[in-house]
Design a protein around this ligand. Structure first.
Ligand SMILES: NC(=O)c1ccc[n+]([C@@H]2O[C@H](COP(=O)([O-])OP(=O)(O)OC[C@H]3O[C@@H](n4cnc5c(N)ncnc54)[C@H](O)[C@@H]3O)[C@@H](O)[C@H]2O)c1
Length: 328
């Protein structure tokens, strides 16, 4: 099976590509080739099969046509303009997050057999903020352009699946913590910064109060979910292809308590509260409580505790983070 990963140079893309390269299979399928696409050619992990890279803009139909081959069995579509960037540049967000998704789905439509198409949607498709409890059948009412683009992308995946052009799964990811390296332009970037920066001896800014709750998961859990979405029985999903995975609800205060247990009081002391109304306006609308009954029934595993999430960072990503900081 040929695997395509878009956004393969990004945070989750690099981890997913590495994991598939290591394991050589996705579920019951042996991987025979993989194409990694991003705006700049992504790094190539060591693999026992051919890995090719493509530097291309996903919103260009011709780029998508070059990605999909007759033997493509899995497309994991991660390329996106993230939340604060999509809010800052309306046209770019819609172009990449919706037009890019459609161009990729259209390229898949040319295939004789429908490939599995895993789309990374987001917590941002919902609103309601701190008081909301999101159930499996809660209607998405996005409170920012990124959330609207992801919700629209889900509808495309839904209809291309219903028509038999792809076998789609849309995973609504929580905020993935801890992102290695430097902060990115996601409005939720602070959720990683307040743990990552103090753990490497640097100061972090906290734009929300300590009782602010977030819905999060570790990168390891996210990659496990992507692989499960890539290999699960699509028929078990029926018409409804959107999934709220079993993320973790945690307050900023609980994250800082865990930071203190891992890195001492001085690590916690490196987090400084500085109000940021722009960030607070975006993340303030995102719900933090989800009832993920359906995902559990479909075999999606639980997210780690925040202490485990910190331990995962220290094991998997501390060195890379230090190296990236050093190179900057
Ligand atoms: N990380 C999270 O907390 C989180 C939460 C919810 C949803 N998601 C979604 O999961 C996916 C992966 O997230 P991530 O954290 O790895 O993001 P990321 O920003 O690290 O990676 C996204 C990649 O997409 C690429 N990209 C952007 N525009 C492109 C274009 N026009 N053509 C080709 N590539 C393009 C970027 O260069 C980047 O490498 C995204 O779709 C994101 O919206 C992530």
């Amino acid at each position: 099976m040929h695997v395509v990963i878009t956004g393969a140079g990004g945070f989750l893309g690099r981890k997913l590509a590495r994991r598939i390269a290591e394991e050589g299979r996705v579920g019951a399928h042996r991987v025979t080739a993989m194409t990694l696409a991003d705006l700049a050619a992504p790094p190539v992990p060591p693999a026992a099969f051919a890995v090719e890279t493509l530097a291309a803009d996903i919103a260009e139909a011709c780029a998508c046509a070059r990605l999909i081959r007759p033997d493509t069995g899995l497309v994991v579509h991660l390329a996106a303009v993230v939340s604060a960037a999509a809010e800052a540049d309306f046209a770019l967000g819609w172009r990449v997050n919706l037009d890019g998704t459609r161009a990729l789905l259209e390229a898949c439509r040319e295939r004789a057999e429908a490939p599995r198409f895993v789309f990374t949607s987001s917590v941002a498709t919902f609103s309601g903020g701190q008081g909301a409890l999101i159930r499996d059948d809660t209607r998405p009412v996005p409170a920012n352009s990124y959330g609207a683009q992801k919700a629209a992308g889900e509808l495309l995946v839904h209809d291309w699946t219903r028509r038999g052009f792809v076998d789609g799964v849309s995973l609504r990811l929580p905020t993935i913590v801890i992102r290695p390296g430097r902060p990115n332009r996601a409005a939720s970037s602070f959720a990683s910064s307040i743990l990552r920066e103090p753990l490497i001896g640097e100061e972090a800014l906290l734009p929300v109060a300590e009782d602010f709750a977030l819905w999060i998961a570790s990168p390891r859990a996210a990659v496990d979910w992507l692989l499960h979405a890539a290999s699960m029985n699509g028929a078990a999903l029926g018409l409804d292809r959107g999934i709220n995975p079993p993320g973790l609800t945690v307050t900023v205060g609980e994250m800082l308590d865990a930071l203190e247990r891992a890195g001492g009081a001085e690590a916690r002391g490196r987090v400084r509260r500085v109000a940021d109304p722009e960030v607070a306006a975006i993340v303030g609308a995102w719900p933090a409580r989800f009832d993920a009954t359906r995902a559990r029934a479909l075999g999606f595993r639980e997210a780690e505790t925040i202490a485990q999430t910190i331990a995962v960072f220290l094991t998997d990503d501390l060195e890379e983070t230090r190296a990236l900081r050093h190179a900057a």
